[in-house]
Design a protein. Structure first.
Length: 136
């Protein structure tokens, strides 16, 4: 299985190594080859396709066949539920799976019905937390 890794941190002062190490450990333990990482150092408020590396990842998916995009957490794709779901739907339409790896050990695969519910819930939770001044 081949994949791209996607990392987003909110500020230039934050270090993406935590996410990179978690993705590398996760993929290595499952025999997934990460062809390259895409790292955005931008606010999650910007739409995925508007981010430099998010945009490049989407373009590379059109040119190069991979099985999945691996993220540390689904909230790295977007802060709003709509943007996150649009990104996930776009990946699914291109036949790429999405795998989320998080500290809690929860693994997300977009190819299951339960994950659709989880994405909806998680995206709305992130939007609400942002509105209350909490979250990242």
């Amino acid at each position: 299985m081949k994949a791209f890794g996607y990392i987003r941190v909110s500020t230039r002062d934050q270090d993406e190594d935590v996410q990179r190490r978690a993705i590398e450990e996760f993929t290595r333990s499952r025999g997934i080859e990460v062809l390259r990482f895409y790292v955005d150092k931008v606010s999650g408020a910007s739409a995925f396709r508007e981010r430099p590396e998010g945009s490049r990842l989407v373009k590379d998916l059109e040119a190069e066949r991979v099985d999945a995009v691996v993220v540390w957490s689904i909230d790295r794709l977007g802060r709003s539920m709509i943007d996150t779901l649009n990104t996930v739907i776009e990946l699914e339409q291109g036949h790429q799976g999405l795998v989320g790896q998080r500290r809690s050990g929860y693994k997300l695969s977009t190819r299951t019905l339960g994950s659709h519910f989880y994405r909806s819930w998680r995206g709305s939770r992130n939007s609400r937390e942002r509105g209350l001044g909490r979250g990242n």
